[in-house]
Every structure is written in C-alpha cells, then in structure tokens.
Design a protein around this ligand. Structure first.
Ligand code: C2E
Ligand code: CA
Ligand code: CA
Ligand code: CA
Length: 282
C-alpha cells in the first residue's frame, strides 16, 4: 500500500498545479475580456428611504463569459488585484458608468442630480493617479463631477496612503465628486478610515443587518448608534443589503438617508435598468 502521507502531498500538489493552471487560464481570459467588452457594469438602484425616489445607482462589474455564463466579481476582483489588471477594470467600469450617466441625463431618463457610484480598489490608488484619470473621463463625456461618487474601502495595509488621501481630496474639492466609505464596520479599521479619509458618505455594510436578524434588540441598538454617529458627524448614510420591508421600515425610522438591496432591486444590465426607471417615472 502507498504511504498515506506522501500520497496526500502528491494529491495536494497536483491540486495546486491544477489550480495554478486554472488561474493562469482565467487570468488570460480576464485580460482578453477586459479588452473586448467582456466585462460590463450592472446597475443597482439607490433609493431615498424617506421618499422612495431612485436617486442613483451603484455600478457593479459583471464578467459575461461565453462559456461559463455570468461570473461574479467576488471571483474575478481578487484575481484582477493579484495580477495587476484591477486598474484597467476599475477605469473601464468608471468610464462606462460616466458615459451612461451622461446619456441618461441628456435623455431626461434621470434628473440632473442623479448620482452614479463606482468602486475603486485601493490597489488602483496605489498604481494610478485616480484623480487625473477621473478628471479626464468627466471631461471626455462632459459630465459634472457632482454626478459621480467614488466608493473606497479603508485598508490598513495600503502602501501609498498619503497619495490616496490627496487624490480623494482633489476628487471632492476640485471635481465636486462625492466620496463614499464602503463596507463601513466590516473592515478591521473602519473608524481609522473615517478619521483619515475625506468622506461624504458612509455605506453601512450588509453584515450589520445580519446582526439585527441574529440578535434583534441589541443589533438594532448597534445600528441606531452608528446612524446617530453618522448624522452627528454630518455624513450621508447608505444602508446596504436591504432584503425585506421590515429592514426597510426600521432604517427609514432611524433616519438613514438611502438604501440599496434586493428588496428594492437587484443589480441589472443597462436595458433592464432603463426599463425599470422608465416604469417608475411613467
Ligand atoms: P460591494 O461594493 O459591497 O457591493 C455590494 C454587493 O452586495 C454587490 O455584490 C451586490 O450585488 C450585493 N447586494 C446588493 N443588494 C443585496 C442584498 O439585498 N442582499 C445581498 N446578500 N447582497 C446584495 P457583487 O455585485 O457580487 O459585488 C461584490 C463586490 O465586488 C463588491 O462589493 C465590490 O467590493 C466588488 N466590486 C464589484 N464591482 C467592482 C468594480 O468595478 N471595481 C472594484 N474594485 N470592485 C468591484
Ligand atoms: Ca461598493
Ligand atoms: Ca459595500
Ligand atoms: Ca462588500
């Protein structure tokens, strides 16, 4: 009989090699997709919790793969960050969003104040001048900066923190863009991020609503306290991951400004979003 231990190692090694080759293939395919419009934004509506108006969208990347179908960003964002493709991806989604916002506003499909959010990875801030790139894109499509919001997560491991802080400041002060701190309370250093970054908006992570499900009263108290903190400090608040009417009612009562979640709408391709917003207005 074979030595069990050695056999285990061989299997593990083979698995690793297979995983590695799979990654290599996926990396090649991801690169190709980035240059052939294989990656597109889906749009999730952002709702004013007090009035029920759709005030904006968040753009979320989707990989439309010819054989594998729609691949989740949970899979390919980490791969893009590992392989240096994330900058290309982030600016692709930013450009596409800016272009579509301009079109929707010109067509009166949405109001002049409609805001489109997109996610910029901390890695992208390390490698690129995000301020210059976004400025270029806003100019290219003739869209005012007030129509965009840049979502960032704080990251205690960032190498070029002061560069990122400066660029966020310029995005806000020079271009008039909003800055949102994403996944608030989900990271290790959310409060540190809050004290350092130039931020207009706090996006409460969907895991916070999970606390309410698990431990109703205490969870609600925690959420209320964070909303109060947010208000006292003058931030706009957005609740993520709203899945039912009870959550929506609770957040509305607490005075949270905006909400996103499957209860209102899932992220949609452009044609579906246009249909969705047309129906709501008409
Ligand atoms: P995120 O920025 O926190 O985006 C919110 C995620 O929650 C999205 O997942 C969205 O589809 C999902 N979501 C929305 N409503 C609900 C709900 O009611 N319940 C639940 N359970 N989930 C909900 P998605 O689209 O899979 O994106 C995952 C993450 O990938 C994003 O999290 C973001 O961190 C990253 N990502 C997506 N697109 C981009 C991009 O263009 N650039 C970068 N750097 N990251 C991106
Ligand atoms: Ca986000
Ligand atoms: Ca988030
Ligand atoms: Ca998240």
């Amino acid at each position: 009989a074979k030595d069990k231990k050695d056999g285990g190692i061989v299997v593990a090694t083979n698995k690793l090699v297979a995983q590695f080759e799979e990654d290599k293939n996926l990396e090649k395919e991801l690169k190709k997709a980035l240059y052939t419009e294989g990656i597109i934004p889906y749009f999730q509506p952002k709702v004013d919790l007090q009035t029920n108006d759709i005030v904006g969208i968040e753009a979320l990347a989707r990989w439309i793969h010819p054989e594998r179908g729609i691949i989740s960003p949970v899979v390919f964002i980490p791969l893009a960050e590992k392989t240096g493709l994330i900058q290309k991806l982030d600016f692709l989604i930013a450009e596409s969003t800016i272009k579509k916002l301009k079109k929707w506003i010109d067509q009166d499909l949405v109001s002049n104040d409609f805001k489109g959010s997109f996610n910029i990875s901390v890695k992208t801030f390390e490698e690129e001048d995000v301020y210059e790139q976004i400025k270029f894109l806003l100019n290219k499509y003739d869209l005012p900066g007030k129509n965009i919001e840049v979502e960032v997560t704080e990251n205690i491991f960032i190498n070029k923190l002061s560069k990122m802080l400066d660029e966020l400041k310029f995005l806000k002060e020079d271009l008039g863009a909003s800055i949102a701190l994403d996944d608030f309370t989900a990271g290790h250093a959310s409060l540190r991020g809050l004290s350092q970054l130039t931020v207009d908006t706090l996006k409460f992570d969907k895991s916070l609503l999970q606390i309410i499900k698990e431990n109703s009263e205490k969870g609600k108290n925690i959420y209320s306290t964070l909303v109060k903190l947010s208000k006292d400090m003058g931030y706009t608040s957005v609740a993520e991951g709203i899945e039912n009417v009870d959550e929506s009612d609770f957040l509305k009562k607490e005075g949270v400004d905006y909400g996103q979640g499957f209860y209102f709408a899932k992220p949609m391709a452009e044609d579906k979003f246009v249909e969705f917003i047309g129906k709501r207005d008409g």
